[in-house]
Design a protein around this ligand. Structure first.
Ligand code: SAM
Length: 268
């Protein structure tokens, strides 16, 4: 087979793989950077001796454990409370007070929230600065297993809470063995729901949307579409909080204004 024929066969194989994976899992591989995706999938294929995408797909359909490993490639769940401490300080000192000037009860969405450390960090800060107010905080993720862990909030590790200031740690966590449980007061402040950012419609209007360390493998087109949806679902003057290395520079005429690195305001 010539190189050209080989390439065409591989493309057809990959198209078949994309379609099957979408049907089986709801994951649309077209939204992920194809070079990185091919590199990562080749490594996984080599591990299970699959010679091409069709063979790999059949294997995933047969082997639930391998399917879970495959899904785990899209759901890198690394997180921690007050991840990127400086940003959380800015959130506490500048951004939330700014939002609270516009309305007393805030609607907040943490998109791609993993095991809950991110929305719970916001809940802790809000409890400290507005103890009598019940804000609405939604945490969503594509991964239902991780959302179960988020809702339980009872098995955080020392690493998960290493950036939590000592006083806050004492007030909001109890330790059993080497695990930390969040107090029910904060646990009850966040509602969790499964949601695929690349497929499912978005509901509601928010004062702040956090989407941090989630879009790393998304194509620029997928990111632009997502940021546009976020823009549509922010209230005027609402804030989008993104990860430290994420910028909105591909989102032309965005309607967002930079407040400072990682924080963008929807122009009213
Ligand atoms: C690295 S964690 C980031 C957690 C948290 N935002 C933080 O910065 O600490 C990325 C999370 O995004 C979720 N995720 C990946 N693709 C997603 C998608 N299409 N829709 C919703 N969540 C997704 C993963 O399941 C994972 O829990």
């Amino acid at each position: 087979m010539s190189n050209l024929e080989g390439g065409i066969v591989e493309d057809l194989d990959y198209s078949y793989f994309q379609r099957r994976i979408y049907t089986l899992t709801g994951i649309d591989l077209k939204n992920y950077k194809s070079e990185q995706m091919h590199r990562r999938l080749s490594a996984l294929m080599a591990r299970c001796n699959a010679k091409n995408f069709v063979e790999f797909c059949k294997l995933l359909e047969k082997d639930q454990k391998m399917m879970q490993t495959f899904k785990d490639y899209f759901t890198i769940n690394v997180s921690e409370f007050f991840r990127d401490e400086n940003k959380f300080r800015q959130l506490q000192e500048d951004i939330l007070p700014l939002l609270l000037k516009r309305g007393q009860r805030l609607d907040i969405w943490s998109a791609g929230c993993s095991y809950g450390a991110e929305p719970y960090s916001v809940a802790i800060i809000l409890d400290q600065i507005t103890p009598l107010t019940r804000h609405t905080i939604l945490g969503t993720d594509i991964d239902t297993t991780i959302l179960d862990k988020a809702a339980k909030a009872d098995s955080y590790t020392t690493t998960d809470i290493r950036s939590v200031p000592a006083e806050t740690r004492t007030k909001y966590f109890t330790q059993t063995g080497d695990k930390f449980k969040l107090t029910d007061r904060i646990r009850s402040r966040v509602v969790f729901k499964q949601h695929n950012l690349l497929r499912d419609p978005i509901q509601g209007l928010y004062d702040m949307i956090l989407c941090r360390n989630v879009v790393i493998y998304f194509t620029d087109e997928a990111k632009d579409t997502l940021y546009h949806h976020f823009w549509e679902h922010l209230k005027p003057g609402g804030v989008l909080f993104v990860g430290g290395t994420e910028v909105l520079n591909t989102f032309k005429n965005s309607g967002f204004q930079t407040i400072t690195t990682s924080f963008y305001r929807k122009v009213a």
